[in-house]
Ligand binder design. Structure first.
Ligand code: IMP
Ligand code: MG
Length: 183
């Protein structure tokens, strides 16, 4: 188990362990960028980050995709209680970028039940992109069957509550540069 040093970013909260270090994240993100570039030899590519969780991942990832691309973001919300993902997703911010005819890469922080992502894919497919794939930094592999599988995965994640590198707990810890499991 990693010994977690005192970190002033954590507001006195204890962290069980560091699950992925800054170094591990940086190396994996760089490799993912190359994988993505190789997977799109031609056509227009749009990296579409799902806010807020993917803000840091998207920013780092696009810097490691050595090909022309565009970047935009979407904000999604679910109707009803938000502790459990209800599966009823709507767009709170709709990208101005036209998706039609483009390779769209939806960039997610973490796939848990996968419901948010599945619904988003259905919504975005109506805009007739040339292709629509998902890239998630973390995948908990909880869902037994995802209709739209995640094409690019950063890390398989433990089924613990993770924070840092964009992931929050009640809006805190998003700025933590590593990924930790909350005690
Ligand atoms: P899903 O619809 O169940 O896949 O939920 C995905 C969303 O829930 C992610 O985009 C996160 O915002 C949030 N989420 C799921 N697991 C975690 C976690 O371990 N830490 C922080 N947020 C999480
Ligand atoms: Mg969240």
């Amino acid at each position: 188990m990693t010994i977690v040093p005192v970190d002033p970013r954590l507001m006195g909260r204890e962290v069980k362990r560091i699950v992925f270090t800054e170094r591990q994240i940086a190396d994996r993100v760089e490799a993912l960028g190359s994988e993505i570039a190789a997977a799109y030899p031609d056509g227009e590519l749009l990296a579409l980050g799902l806010l807020k969780g993917s803000f840091m991942f998207t920013a780092d990832l696009v810097r490691h995709i050595p090909r022309p691309l565009q970047v935009d973001f979407i904000v999604a919300g679910s109707y009803g209680a938000d502790t459990v993902s209800s599966g009823n997703v709507r767009l709170l911010y709709d990208p101005e970028t036209n998706l039609e005819g483009k390779h769209v890469l939806l960039v997610e922080d973490i796939v848990d039940s996968g419901r948010t992502m599945q619904k988003l894919v259905e919504l975005l497919e109506l805009r007739r992109p040339r292709s629509l794939q998902i890239c998630a930094l973390l995948h908990k592999h909880i869902a037994e069957h995802l209709e739209h599988p995640v094409r690019f995965v950063g890390f398989d994640a433990p089924t613990e509550f993770l924070v840092g590198y964009g992931l929050d707990h009640a809006e805190n810890f998003r700025h933590v540069p590593y990924i930790a499991s909350l005690a």
